[in-house]
Unconditional design. Structure first.
Lengths: 134, 169
């Protein structure tokens, strides 16, 4: 067995919308999609990274109360959560592919620090850096 | 005010906040460009009157002042990381005159562009391992008051009114 971080999650305003974004636009696969009443445990996985799941979690009761859920949705929508980093072999190729799929880019690819990087956001407001592997 | 949004520009609705973020992202991506409220409001899909109030409520600073901080941040990076002449940096970061750039730069950072450049040249940096957005955020000026107000407070005997900034509430 390998040890390490297995799941890390982000808050999304709508899990169906997030699922469509991460799977249809970015090419992730669904790892777990389990419902229990209103609650839905939803994780996706990068095809090259079978040991790690990215959780797409909706802030909602009973995990948090309604007011806290509203606050969390606002914080995400303001882009205030820490950015995530997606490492790709070719940043410009990924930019072209994701752009065509309708991903909202906030920065076109720029070459610097010996690499190429770009930025995009998911529909909820979570920010991603798209960085070319060095 | 006196609207159904309670005077905060309705900026508690995540969908609206997400659209306001889009305007902020656009300023981030092209801070050298002109960003009148009409253009920003269009990006966010709200009325001009609604935009300025909502943006300030959401992000804590008026849109114009946010743009200034991004321009100064970028100018600082160019002063630090390149050998470009200061006049080129001024134009590249969105100012129409070197004089205005120098004055606002000093108002915000407390030193002139050339002073900052020579000071930064003496320091060593190890930021190549840090994603760019964190580096730039670390160098962003924390501008809590209007530039004109900052200037007024720091120069009590300076009776000349500042006219560089057309701040939107």
């Amino acid at each position: 067995m390998s040890q390490g971080v297995g799941v890390a999650g982000i808050y999304v305003r709508d899990q169906d919308e997030a699922l469509a974004f991460y799977v249809d636009k970015l090419g992730f696969g669904v790892h777990t999609d389990a419902r229990n009443g209103d609650y839905r445990w939803l994780t996706v996985q990068h095809p090259d990274q079978p040991g790690f799941q990215l959780g797409l979690f909706k802030p909602q009761p009973p995990s948090v109360d309604e007011a806290t859920a509203a606050t969390l949705n606002q914080v995400v929508a303001k882009g205030a959560m820490p950015p995530l980093v997606l490492v790709v072999a070719d940043c410009r190729a990924a930019y072209d592919q994701f752009s065509k799929a309708g991903v909202e880019f906030t920065q076109e690819p720029i070459e610097r620090y010996g690499s190429v990087d770009s930025s995009f956001r998911d529909p909820s407001g979570n920010g991603w850096k798209l960085i070319q592997a060095r | 005010m006196g609207t159904k949004t309670g005077g905060n520009g309705g900026a508690r609705d995540p969908a609206l906040l997400r659209r306001l973020l889009r305007a902020k992202d656009r300023m981030d991506a092209a801070s050298d460009e002109e960003w009148p409220v009409s253009r920003l409001a269009k990006v966010s899909g709200v009325s001009q009157a609604h935009f300025a109030r909502s943006f300030k409520h959401a992000f804590g600073v008026p849109p114009h002042r946010y743009l200034l901080t991004r321009r100064i941040e970028r100018a600082k990076a160019l002063l630090r990381d390149t050998s470009l002449p200061i006049v080129d940096i001024a134009f590249q970061t969105g100012w129409n005159s070197l004089g205005t750039f120098g004055r606002i730069f000093r108002d915000i950072t407390g030193e002139s562009p050339s002073e900052l450049r020579s000071r930064e040249r003496g320091a060593s940096h190890d930021l190549a391992q840090v994603p760019h957005c964190f580096v730039s955020a670390a160098h962003r000026p924390n501008l809590k008051i209007a530039v004109s107000e900052k200037r007024r407070r720091e120069s009590p005997d300076n009776g000349i009114a500042a006219s560089d900034e057309t701040e939107v509430a």
